[in-house]
Design a protein around this ligand. Structure first.
Ligand SMILES: Cc1cc2nc3c(=O)[nH]c(=O)nc-3n(C[C@H](O)[C@H](O)[C@H](O)COP(=O)(O)OP(=O)(O)OC[C@H]3O[C@@H](n4cnc5c(N)ncnc54)[C@H](O)[C@@H]3O)c2cc1C
Length: 240
């Protein structure tokens, strides 16, 4: 998801891969100037901006595109925390026999959702926590999130936390709100989102918006949605 490419720049029918952090787009002399944080400037006919919604306001935009941005307030955007724990052995199977084929585990603990790789035998548990309540864990760094995950598993299985920690081989945790190029996880539809998307998707200027949040089908917040939105934007440019 993170490869520091946000604006595809179309010049003379070709797409330029920018490979830089974009700080500003400006319309100059019938073209778009894409300014990168490192100082590079690329010029092109049209630019397609696909950064996640929270980052849209951090990029300076020409007046027409900026005016459309107010509509983005009517599109939902939420967070996800993900915790990956690899263990020496699948201790949860030994704990309860009927968990041998466990896929998902739902609980009311701080990290409420867990899944295994079943039927893949590798003893990995993935913890997932999404939505506004992830703000309660805002202050935790990756190690703090791993500790919260271990605490949740200990409570779910009624085991001393140290017993579970002893089995741990490797761990990683990501709070997507802390990722400077994401600032969260998925977009979602509010009752006003369809109208907002219609405004943002208009191809009436040189700077266009695209990406998962602009997808007008059912499942926003997916790779398929991002690809479909990108195709739609490309078609609009070709038609224009
Ligand atoms: C934890 C998690 C799990 C997910 N699992 C799934 C799944 O299983 N299936 C699924 O379909 N979808 C999943 N998604 C959703 C999916 O990743 C997104 O819907 C999809 O990546 C959105 O694509 P996009 O191109 O709109 O935006 P992104 O993929 O977010 O791409 C935006 C790009 O802009 C870059 N960028 C940001 N700011 C700048 C800047 N200033 N300058 C230059 N570049 C910048 C970013 O680095 C990024 O590369 C998941 C998302 C998360 C967070």
């Amino acid at each position: 998801m993170i490869d520091a490419l946000a604006a595809d720049c179309r010049r003379h029918g070709a797409t330029i891969r920018l490979g830089c952090v974009v700080s500003a787009l400006a319309e100059e002399g019938g073209a778009v100037a894409v300014r990168c944080a490192g100082g590079d400037v690329h010029s092109c006919d049209r630019a397609i901006l696909t950064v996640p919604l929270p980052l849209l306001r951090e990029i300076a935009l020409p007046g027409e595109a900026r005016a459309k941005l107010a509509a983005a307030d009517d599109i939902g955007f939420g967070n996800v925390i993900k915790i990956l724990l690899r263990f020496a052995r699948p201790w949860w199977r030994e704990r309860k026999e009927n968990l041998a084929d466990m896929t998902f585990l739902l609980s009311d603990q701080a990290i409420p959702v867990w899944w295994t790789r079943y039927p893949d035998p590798r003893p990995v548990l993935t913890g997932w926590f999404g939505g506004p309540r992830t703000a309660e864990l805002e202050s935790l760094d990756p190690q703090g999130l791993v500790d919260a995950g271990l605490g949740s598993l200990a409570a779910v299985f009624g085991l001393p936390r140290d017993d579970i920690t002893r089995e741990l081989v490797a761990a990683a945790a990501i709070n997507w709100a802390h990722d400077r190029f994401a600032r969260g996880a998925y977009s979602w539809a509010t009752p006003r989102t369809r109208e907002a998307q219609a405004i943002l998707a208009r191809a009436d200027g040189r700077v266009l918006f695209s990406g998962e949040a602009l997808y007008r089908g059912r499942d926003m917040g997916t790779v398929e949605a991002a690809l479909a939105s990108g195709l739609e934007t490309a078609e609009r440019i070709l038609q224009g």
